[in-house]
Ligand binder design. Sequence first.
Ligand code: ATP
Ligand code: MG
Ligand code: MG
Ligand code: MG
Length: 476
Amino acid sequence: MESAEIRRRWLRFFEERGHTVVPSASLIADDPTLLLVPAGMVPFKPYFLGEVKPPFPRATSVQKCVRTPDIEEVGKTTRHGTFFQMCGNFSFGDYFKEGAIKYAWELLTSSVADGGYGLDPERLWVTVYLDDDEAEQIWRDVIGVPAERIQRLGKKDNFWSMGVPGPCGPCSEINYDRGPEFGVEGGPAVNDERYVEIWNLVFMQYERGAGDGKEDFPILGDLPAKNIDTGLGLERLAMILQDVRNMYETDTLRVVIDKATELTGVHYGAAHASDVSLRVVADHMRTSAMLIGDGVTPGNEGRGYVLRRIMRRAIRNMRILGATGPVVEQLLDVVITTMGQQYPELVTDRKRIETVALAEEATFLKTLRAGTNILDTAITETRSGGGTVLSGQNAFQLHDTYGFPIDLTLEIAAEQGVSVDEDGFRRLMKEQRDRAKADAKAKKTGHADVHAYRSIADSSGETEFTGYTSNAGEAS
Ligand code: ATP
Ligand code: MG
Ligand code: MG
Ligand code: MG
């Protein structure tokens, strides 16, 4: 089943059951605690909190989402994209646990002929929060899921909050068993790749306060009403229904991988490392297009920095795959054509998106060229002095002054038989980061979805962006 059909069925199913269809909001969150939208519930947050009276008791949407904290997973797990689409159904003080569980089961397991997704019920495992006897009882007694396919998990998995003050609650997740080729048995509590999480049903009934970070979960009290917020990853369901091994091989992303192959001559399936690069390219180019489409432009802070990092990672991976010249125009073309079917504004806006992306590519290629010369000189000097280790100071300066990614430094150095004092490099990075943290503390800035930038900067070597520490989509 194509992604477009998955979406159509979702919206039709819930519309037929009294839900108002709400179009996806922009990725740029209309919420001061978030830079980008990480979940389908974001546009509905004021309804959950009781700040605004909902204009309808039920809603459904397919929301564009970006989760930068997942960036290091991309291409390595089978199921994490920086961009993905979250199908959701929402109840604002209307139906609660039993209603949400019944709808989810019906849609997943009813036959394709009957408008469902036709999943084999025997392959579905569910999780509930530690003390949620009520949810477990509904799964077991109302739906008939055998007790051995119901597992209880703790806060990290089964208590949802966005990582910032706001609505939260215990959740129940539906996972699909992809079979022994994906690893050992034992359910989602044991193996989250084999038993892949597809749908999270959040029983949104509490409000979370600020606290002092991730481990702390101060519940301020009950929300005005008991609500439902669910999220199903469209790409994850597509991966199952299209019978492919990971989300990057589904219809809307595979075409980008194929274009990258055409541009580099590296075939998908040739080697693990190049496969990871191809998957990163596909994911990151799509995310870049979607971000630029929603009005983000590359820059050194906030959303602009997220976009810059993601785009540069895509370009760098193309170079690791062997590309030497510009690649963005052709990759972008495939993304826009494919995603444009669901998001026609990408097509209308094609020229602007291209202009922004191509300018960023040109700037980055210039950076790479400058850095490469400096690095070559440093390597030559190291070797002529009889050394085999490039100093941490050299690597740090390349990164700090020229924005030259550390992994590229490592790679080029290795090609020339020189290693890099990585400990020294990390020490200098840490010193710089500590300074930045102190600065940020002084400024009291804070957004929820940017702790990952730090790790991007660490792995790619740039540190313009400073100061954010927390996480988004953290629980789940
Ligand atoms: P995981 O545990 O696999 O990281 P999650 O628990 O963080 O997922 P939720 O916050 O519960 O995810 O989001 C609801 C649904 O959105 C998930 O069940 C999944 O189908 C989908 N989803 C979450 N993160 C991603 C991602 N990075 N890429 C693709 N789909 C995602
Ligand atoms: Mg989850
Ligand atoms: Mg999870
Ligand atoms: Mg996650």
